[in-house]
Design a protein around this ligand. Structure first.
Ligand code: PGA
Length: 255
């Protein structure tokens, strides 16, 4: 369905597998129309199903990522890919190596730079110089973050260093069974940087996200829920949710 006043698209599918496949279809279509597309992928548990679909399509020769450029969405400050906390390393193992994206096709966030402010701005300028990403796929944080744009992030925020909330740090630590201490700062692509993307997909699954998805889509846009700013992208935004995640929305199932 299309939101009448703001014009963004919402697709609600039966379960996480169907939602993952639908998100993978958008990636595949982007590749078909622009083989050298610039793309960002989310980390977290939500995109794993989509990653499996994309890896299977690559193995069958149905998707070709050999000419894409991938921009990392977020990374912890001071962390190298050798660090078990590294989101870049996680993304490489969970997806990029499986779809044949080579290290030289990947733009890493400059989290070990001496001047983090200038380096973040330079990363931002690199994305903007390309007219924004062709496709940004995002997950929805339990606290409404996108990338690591935590609550308080404004619509005009650019790529920068941000202090993480305790909630985000414990969410991240839980991925490793609580065994790692997660750094307290990260560099993230900014909300405004993401809003420049030609297409944005917000992939949301599971009942635990239902109330945050409702706040994202049905409350006034605000920095309290950074994901709500994505609605400013209008028709360039597609939200793909499973029925569980959409269960708090006052809409009918559309797919
Ligand atoms: P999750 O994380 O997919 O593990 O729920 C989403 C996010 O924080 O962006």
């Amino acid at each position: 369905m299309v939101n009448k006043s703001e014009n963004w698209n919402l697709t609600v599918l039966r379960d996480a597998l169907a939602a993952s496949t639908s998100a993978a279809d958008i990636v595949s279509n982007t590749l078909l129309s622009k083989p050298d597309a610039t793309i960002s992928f989310p980390t977290g548990s939500t995109p794993l199903g989509m990653f499996d679909v994309l890896a299977a399509r690559t193995a069958r020769g149905e998707a070709d990522f050999s000419n894409v450029t991938v921009f990392c969405l977020d990374e912890y400050v001071g962390v190298t890919v050798a660090d078990p906390n590294s989101l870049t390393r996680w993304l490489s193992e969970a997806l990029l190596e499986r779809i044949g994206v080579k290290p030289e096709q990947l733009h890493k966030l400059p989290v070990t730079a001496v001047d983090l402010v200038e380096s973040a701005a330079e990363y931002d300028r690199t994305v903007s110089a390309r007219g924004g990403l062709d496709l940004a796929i995002l997950g929805l944080g339990p606290n409404g973050h996108i990338g690591y744009n935590e609550p308080g992030s404004s619509a005009d925020s650019r790529t920068r260093v941000i202090t993480l909330t305790a909630e985000s740090r414990s969410q991240a630590s839980a991925y490793w069974g609580g065994s790692l201490t997660v750094p307290d700062r990260a560099m993230t692509m900014g909300v405004a940087t993401l809003l420049e993307s030609k297409q944005i997909v917000l992939l949301v699954t599971g009942e635990a996200k239902a109330d945050m998805l409702r706040r994202t889509l049905q409350e006034p846009m605000s920095a309290e829920v950074p994901a709500s700013w994505l609605r400013m992208a209008g028709s360039r935004l597609t939200i793909i949710a499973d029925e569980a995640a959409a269960s708090g929305l006052s809409i009918a199932r559309s797919g």
